[in-house]
Ligand binder design. Structure first.
Ligand SMILES: Cc1cc2nc3c(=O)[nH]c(=O)nc-3n(C[C@H](O)[C@H](O)[C@H](O)COP(=O)(O)OP(=O)(O)OC[C@H]3O[C@@H](n4cnc5c(N)ncnc54)[C@H](O)[C@@H]3O)c2cc1C
Length: 164
């Protein structure tokens, strides 16, 4: 993988830099000096976001929910089965309970399942749910400092947890 070279990693890095990211390109010796625990055999280079961080996504979601409710939003527990259309315009959604919702603007925020909802309006988006397994482990050998979110091209990833 060359620095910003033609490989996928290089292309993503170049795009991030063009968009103003402060991502760093690290050669194996630079990775080793920061995180000596990593086995770098076969690793040509890595990219690192020095200001990346973690947040409690559930906590943030609950904060948004409380604020939206305090501003008068109504929360429904139901499932969108189809988007409703007038011509090519989305005008709302039909729910599993049979209720129809009308809206001037509809936001499809169904995450990994967004493509299923979009398809009901004839829109194909390249979003596919993938099942993942995540394990929290307490290793006997501890890193000297927290490990950054580390993604292997195979899809395997790890990071240090912050809580107990
Ligand atoms: C195990 C795990 C750990 C993660 N840890 C982190 C982390 O530490 N930090 C981090 O930043 N990210 C983390 N992520 C990623 C993060 O959770 C997702 O990127 C984020 O939740 C995506 O937000 P979203 O709103 O797009 O989709 P989602 O959070 O998936 O929300 C989509 C919602 O739509 C609902 N929905 C789907 N279909 C319908 C339908 N037909 N009708 C009505 N509702 C529907 C779903 O029930 C869901 O509530 C983690 C993900 C997983 C799976």
């Amino acid at each position: 993988m060359r620095r910003g070279g033609p490989g996928l990693g290089g292309q993503i890095f170049t795009l991030h830099k063009r968009l103003g990211s402060n991502a760093e390109w690290l050669e194996p010796h630079e990775i080793h000096s920061r995180w000596p625990l990593f086995n770098l055999q076969g690793i040509a280079a890595g990219t690192f976001g020095p200001t990346d961080g973690h947040l409690d996504a559930y906590g943030l979601l609950m904060a948004y929910k409380s604020k939206a409710r305090s501003l008068g939003a109504e929360y429904l527990e139901d499932e969108v089965t189809t988007l409703t259309l007038e011509g090519s315009r989305v005008t709302g959604a039909r729910l599993a309970s049979g209720r129809d919702l009308k809206a001037g603007v509809s936001v499809n925020c169904a995450g990994a399942w967004a493509s299923q909802i979009a398809r009901t309006a004839g829109v194909e988006i390249p979003v596919v749910p993938i099942r993942r397994q995540i394990f929290a482990v307490d290793t006997q050998v501890k890193p000297e400092r927290p490990l950054p979110l580390t993604l292997h091209p195979s899809g395997l990833y790890l990071r240090s947890e912050s809580g107990a």
